[in-house]
Design a protein. Structure first.
Length: 162
């Protein structure tokens, strides 16, 4: 099967950077399929000889108030369409309330979730990783989406589920 992967996380954590790297595009196609919201972008991802579909989420346009809830709502719609989730956090920013809201929502889903500490470049990886392990997760993948570091390892582990 060709798995469908949702990229989920707060604004600015690097979801679109990862999407563009996975799909080797700079501006992904917006799927024209009925029932799919324009708030999400769909692309064909290739890493080595691995192929999957990736969904970028974003475009949170609500008021600041309730933004975490709005983000979580939109993210969960992408999760519903996906077979697995890449949940990105920003290692430079550390763990935030928004991360915790999303992590809580994802625990209610039965989809496999892969937790990613992105922007690990330029920070002490041990300190950054320890922060995110407070989410109570079994494994965390360090990544630098801008350089592609950590992408292969994450994708290899994800593909073992399918
Ligand atoms: P999104 O809102 O989650 O889609 O985040 P973007 O992909 O738009 O990235 C937000 C900002 O973070 C951009 O300026 C990216 O260049 C930057 N960024 C993304 N990944 C990395 C990374 O691995 N390291 C660093 N230092 N910056 C990154
Ligand atoms: Mg984005």
């Amino acid at each position: 099967m060709v798995p469908v992967i949702a990229l989920v996380g707060r604004p600015n954590v690097g979801k679109s950077t990862l999407f563009n790297r996975l799909t080797k595009t700079r501006d992904a196609l917006v799927a024209n399929l009925p029932g799919l919201t324009r708030d999400r972008k769909y692309g064909d991802a290739t890493v080595g000889d691995r192929h999957f579909i990736v969904i970028d989420t974003g475009g949170i346009t609500g008021e600041e108030e309730g933004i975490d809830a709005a983000m979580a709502e939109q993210s969960m719609q992408a999760v519903d369409e996906a077979d697995a989730v890449f949940f990105l956090c920003d290692a430079r920013a550390g763990l935030t309330a928004g991360d915790e809201v999303l992590a809580h929502r994802l625990r209610q889903s039965d989809k496999p979730v892969f937790y990613v500490a992105n922007k690990i470049d330029g920070v002490d990886p041990n300190v950054a990783m320890a922060d995110f392990y407070q989410l109570g997760i079994p494994q965390l993948y360090p990544m630098t989406a801008t350089h592609g570091k950590g992408v292969r390892n994450l994708v290899d582990d994800m593909m073992q589920h399918f």
